[in-house]
Design a protein. Structure first.
Lengths: 215, 256
């Protein structure tokens, strides 16, 4: 099985690859993890991961710079209907629109907007940085993603995704108020936290993604 | 609930972990990659890696160590020491650092904070501040910022400087009390509070830990988001786990 990590100059790919390879070791199937900037490789893959750190505006521009990459992502998600995972900005890019820096369209897979984390007290510092609980909201997915049932994951972000459809919220986290920490829509999965930086629980989640067979 | 972070720090000199008492009298505590692995296993919330004698010629050694460390660690990694240009930051991030801490270069070229923050996002730009008590009129908070590993006075007030850093796009402040560093008498509560009260980004308190109760003091008496220590962990005085158990026992939210 081929896993493609999209390389678009926007993230710490080495740590994601390390973490995935470590998760792969615990899996019975044979996996090959490939970092790629080639749209054809993305289309050919069995599972695709879109990482992303930094800001939405920058990441989107970098993604658009690769000729055919957005089309490949669209094709992979909508036509091939195979498992796709967005991490951090990679998840936020799935939104309809982001308000980071200025209003900017996303890839519009999930009816949502990306807005700043409001801080009304010194306890709610921004960026939201560190380990926080993730609570599974969509209980019907518990068998696929048991790791998301009240465990600590590592977060680092200043903006969060606000979803229109409640059933697309897979998990949430409390930071001042409830924020979305994972989304799901058919074969599309997104997490606001960084599984590749979340030690054992993060590896567990990546293993679950490797095993995931969307309905 | 967001947990307080317990952060071991590896002070590295020419590829080896050392820890100085008051920045001098260095002792060797081993291989940085091996140490990092131990901290990963102990459940550290983050790892900080400071190249304390960074120079351009030594840069490649650091990149190589960062790379090897990142391969063994599945926790966030902050790297600092001798960062002068946007290109230095890019190389460190590319080698596996998640955050880069800037100290002296930010003081002499604050535009670097802006450029780095715009290019890589504020979440990976940490400003390290070394501060020392002073009676200088220019430093209203009573603490002055020092550069170059604590050797040069800057006449900058620590609160003013911390505010300026966050205005320029710093995502986190790593605050070291030079008065307390290496003394084992606990964090500088007063200094930490002055800074946390004036800015909204997370602050990591550093300098002075000698006993378990110092972590509880740091967590309960300040608004620090993270507590950093070096020598107490290196020399095995206690483990990350023991620190977390102690914090938990005192009602502080930690990741166990």
């Amino acid at each position: 099985m081929n896993i493609a990590i999209i390389d678009y100059n926007s993230g710490n790919l080495a740590s994601l690859q390390n973490s995935l390879e470590s998760a792969v070791k615990n899996n019975k199937q044979a996996f090959e993890v490939k970092i790629t900037a080639v749209p054809e490789e993305v289309i050919k893959a069995d599972k695709v991961i879109l990482p992303g750190v930094g800001d939405f505006f920058y990441c989107k521009n970098e993604l658009l710079k690769i000729n055919g990459m957005v089309d490949a992502i669209n094709y992979f998600i909508k036509e091939k209907e195979k498992p796709f995972l967005g991490i951090c900005i990679g998840m936020q890019l799935m939104a309809k629109v982001s308000y980071e820096r200025k209003k900017n369209k996303g890839l519009e897979f999930i009816d949502s907007e990306v807005i700043i984390i409001e801080s009304e007290s010194k306890e709610i510092r921004v960026p939201h940085m560190g380990w926080n609980n993730v609570y599974l909201e969509n209980k019907s997915k518990e068998k696929d993603f048991p790791s998301l049932k009240n465990n600590d994951f590592y977060f680092v972000h200043s903006y969060h995704m606000k979803c229109k459809n409640k059933n697309e919220v897979l998990a949430s986290t409390n930071y001042g108020k409830k924020i979305v920490s994972a989304v799901i829509k058919d074969n599309l999965l997104g997490v606001q936290f960084h599984p590749e930086k979340s030690q054992e629980k993060g590896k567990k989640f990546l293993e679950e993604f490797l095993d995931w067979k969307p309905e | 609930m967001l947990k307080i972070r317990v952060i071991p720090c590896l002070d590295v000199k020419e590829g080896r972990v050392v820890k100085g008492i008051n920045f001098i009298d260095l002792k060797d505590a081993g291989d940085p990659v091996e140490q990092a692995k131990i901290y990963d296993e102990q459940g550290a919330d983050e790892l900080c890696f400071l190249d304390i004698t960074a120079s351009i010629e030594k840069r490649d050694i650091l990149l190589d160590i960062v790379n090897k460390t990142a391969k063994k660690c599945f926790m966030p990694l902050t790297v600092g020491g001798g960062v002068r240009k946007v290109e230095d930051i890019r190389k460190l991030l590319y080698s596996g650092a998640d955050k880069v801490s800037i100290n002296s270069a930010a003081i002499y070229d604050p535009q670097l904070i802006k450029d780095a923050s715009n290019r890589f996002g504020k979440q990976c730009i940490v400003i390290a501040i070394d501060a020392k008590k002073t009676s200088k009129n220019s430093c209203k908070s009573g603490y002055e910022v020092f550069s170059h590993g604590g050797t040069k006075e800057t006449n900058l007030d620590v609160v003013d400087w911390a505010k300026q850093c966050t205005d320029f796009g710093a995502g986190e402040v790593l605050l070291t009390s030079m008065d307390n560093d290496g003394t084992k008498r606990g964090f500088n509560i007063e200094l930490t509070n002055k800074v946390t009260k004036s800015i909204k980004v997370p602050v990591i308190a550093s300098g002075g830990v000698g006993e378990l109760k110092h972590f509880t003091e740091g967590a309960c008496e300040t608004e620090a988001s993270g507590l950093l220590a070096a020598s107490v962990f290196h020399f095995g005085k206690f483990t990350i786990n023991e620190v977390k158990k102690e914090l938990n026992k005192n009602g502080v939210a930690v990741r166990l």
